[in-house]
Design a protein around this ligand. Structure first.
Ligand code: PHE
Length: 357
């Protein structure tokens, strides 16, 4: 009996975890354990022997059970201590120094241009990216047969078979927000509408999704001179220089008359994109005096009101300002690229505080 006791209490003391403890329990006091086997031998004993051995076996069984329970509690305590030790956190340590996230150049450029146009009295308006055919085309004086629809490489949404209504489109430009803003606010109005637009096109300066900012100013006495001044002020402020070389080219859009496209002087030498030098021009915007039909489609009387509109490619502005030669990288989500070209999250662009410094 003493040997049994020494053996099991010793094993229990040594047990490293709950599984080991359970194995000892089964071997010692389980239904087919060593104590149970001894109990069975009681039957072969004389009544006197039985009286002495029976209670002693029961006492041994109780003692082993008590030791098992105590050890189990001790193991649980140790496990908790270990967890507390490894999961302990010193909340007084200084915050991690390395910033992980950055602001994407498109977001940065959008913030910068919003600050500039806010100073010029423009507020921000928005519209849906999935647009009605009417807002994206018809209301902008682009009827169904017009070649501009094909030129824009439009993505059309699905319509159920048999549903003959014109399909919705992924807006091909931000110009439909002109219509939505006029419908909502009436005249006079001065808004910019930044956001994503879609066209099936893909090369170094084209991606199927890109960003534009629309500008719209409607009042009783607005002329092409106002348009030119606003664009020049904007471009100077955005590029943070006193002079930028712009080229106004007579052009055509169904929704403006007259129309002008604007290019900016740049160089691609050695794969580096630089603004203000070289012999290349990059087109950054389309603009013009809003067509009377468009003003009428927005619910405003074109006999009383007129104004200008423009659409600027935000991604291209960011490429030029920050010397990023390939537009496709903008949308690759490559963290190394983002860390290199991204901006600190708390450097909010303002005209007085500096746009990009
Ligand atoms: N919507 C035109 C485009 O995407 C740009 C534009 C906007 C032109 C407003 C004139 C006026 O190319």
């Amino acid at each position: 009996m003493d040997d049994l006791k020494a053996k099991y209490l010793g094993q229990i003391a040594e047990a490293a975890d709950e599984d080991a403890l359970e194995a000892i329990r089964v071997a010692a006091v389980g239904k087919k354990g060593e104590i149970a086997l001894k109990m069975r031998e009681l039957g072969k004993m004389t009544p006197e022997e039985r009286k002495a051995v029976g209670p002693a076996l029961n006492a041994l069984k109780d003692e082993i059970n008590a030791a098992l329970a105590a050890k189990k509690a001790a193991l649980a305590d140790a496990a908790l201590d270990e967890r507390l030790r490894t999961e302990w956190l010193d909340v007084t340590l200084p915050a991690r120094h390395r910033r992980q996230g950055t602001v994407h150049p498109v977001s940065q450029a959008t913030e910068e241009l919003t600050a500039i146009f806010a100073e010029l009295g423009f507020s921000v308006a928005e519209g849906p990216r999935i647009e009605t055919d009417w807002h994206n085309f018809d209301a902008l004086n682009i009827p169904g047969h017009h070649p501009a629809r094909a030129e824009m490489d439009t993505f059309y949404m699905h319509r159920a078979p048999g549903d003959d209504r014109p399909p919705h489109v992924l807006r091909t430009h931000t110009s439909p927000v002109q219509i939505r803003s006029m419908e909502l606010q009436g005249a006079p109005i001065r808004v910019i509408c930044p956001g994503g637009v879609y066209r099936a096109d893909y090369d170094q300066t084209h991606t199927p999704m890109f960003h534009q900012v629309e500008g719209l100013a409607i009042d009783k006495d607005i002329s092409m001179a106002n348009l030119k001044w606003v664009l020049e002020e904007f471009v100077k402020a955005f590029f943070e220089v006193d002079d930028v070389e712009l080229r106004f080219r007579a052009s055509h859009f169904p929704f403006t008359e007259p129309s002008a496209e604007v290019d900016i002087r740049c160089s691609w030498e050695g794969g580096q994109l630089k603004i203000g030098e070289g012999d290349d021009w990059m087109e950054i915007l389309g603009s013009g005096m809003v067509h009377p039909k468009v003003i009428a489609a927005g619910g405003i009387d074109p006999e009383v009101y007129q104004g200008f509109a423009f659409g600027i490619g935000i991604d291209r502005l960011a490429m030029l300002k920050y010397g990023i030669p390939d537009l496709r990288a903008f949308f690759d989500s490559d963290l190394r690229w983002l860390r290199h070209y991204g901006f600190a999250a708390l450097d909010i662009p303002t005209l007085h505080g500096g746009l990009s410094r």
